[in-house]
Design a protein around this ligand. Structure first.
Ligand SMILES: [Mn+2]
Length: 329
């Protein structure tokens, strides 16, 4: 794992990454599946920048952007079908391992192309030929800002809006412990460049569907606490009648707010006996290692994994690992 760089300084993209970006003609940029604001914001920001450099980037994600992110300029250009495009380079953004690219990455079709990785997850497995990973940054979108500086690209309103959205959503409105003075400096610069912080907050963190509120209600009824770990369950049965919603977004951070809790997990049961586990923890913990050991990844205080098996057994396994982590810290 990489050592952290000084968070008060801009991060430096490797020279070979800048060279590769200048050299390509039609890169395929891939954001991770079940995309969040940082994935989509970074995807679009990089797309805008490469377009500005005279490239013809293809923007792709296995899953469509959530409705709350469709206000972002360029989001209508994101595709989930890239078979008809002859591309000459692959760039994975905000993805810590190749499975995060989902169905977009075609090992047969794409294996001979240069693969570039731009990400801020401490658990990144460096799966590209060129890997630019900065775990001290609050968002991949923050790295995109530093990339604009390195490429000498002027930041217009569209670019600023995409970058600020990634930073706002990954820091949950500048609340996470990686919200440094530099993060706020960049946010101010992006506002100067025309991004509306208020509009981004309203569209993303302050907007939920009624179905999501109902799912929160059902999941909150399941909340339990055991030796420092607070947890809730979102089963398939609980989502009956709540169309178009899978995850109780934001719930893990909310239940971690219990004074007694050091770590939190929400279990989301998926079809075909899979369970998605979303982890959050208070400073001093490291749940990235727990997630990584279970086949997932993330950040020291925000991580996740998806495990195959039955819900009760997976809950038991994951809770035992988390409790062990909390008791040993
Ligand atoms: Mn991110």
């Amino acid at each position: 794992m990489k050592t952290l760089t000084d968070p008060s300084l801009p991060t430096q993209p490797p020279a070979e990454l800048l060279e590769a970006l200048n050299y390509c003609r039609r890169p395929l940029i891939i954001a991770h599946l079940a995309p969040d604001g940082d994935a989509i914001g970074s995807l679009l920001a990089l797309g805008h920048m490469l377009h500005r450099l005279g490239k013809d980037p293809i923007l792709a994600c296995q899953d469509p952007p959530p409705a709350s992110l469709r206000f972002l300029p360029g989001s209508d250009r994101i595709t989930n079908d890239v078979r008809d495009y002859a591309v000459d380079q692959i760039i994975a953004v905000d993805s810590s391992d190749p499975t995060r690219m989902g169905s977009i990455y075609d090992p047969g079709e794409h294996k001979n192309l240069p693969l570039l990785v731009i990400d801020h997850h401490v658990t990144n497995v460096a799966f590209g030929q060129i890997n630019w990973v900065e775990p001290a940054t609050a968002a991949t979108a923050q790295m995109m800002y530093d990339l604009a500086l390195a490429l000498d690209i002027e930041i217009d309103t569209d670019l600023a809006t995409c970058m600020l959205t990634g930073m706002v959503t990954d820091t949950r409105g500048f609340r996470t412990n990686n919200t440094t003075a530099r993060v706020l400096d960049i946010a101010a610069a992006l506002m100067q460049a025309g991004a509306s912080l208020n509009r981004i907050m309203e569209r993303t963190l302050n907007s939920h569907s009624f179905n999501l509120i109902q799912l929160w209600g059902r999941a909150l009824e399941t909340v339990e606490f055991d030796r420092g770990v607070i947890h809730a369950t979102n089963s398939l049965v609980m989502r009956e009648g709540l169309d178009g919603i899978v995850r109780p977004e934001g719930l893990t951070s909310f239940i971690l707010g219990a004074y007694e809790a050091k770590a939190a997990v929400v279990f989301t049961e998926l079809p075909e006996n899979k369970v998605e586990c979303s982890f959050r923890a208070r400073p001093g913990q490291n749940i990235a290692e727990v997630a990584f050991a279970l086949g997932g990844g993330g950040h020291p205080l925000a991580a996740g994994c998806t495990i195959s098996g039955m819900l009760p057994e997976i809950k038991e396994l994951v809770l035992s690992r988390l409790i062990e982590q909390v008791l040993s810290s």
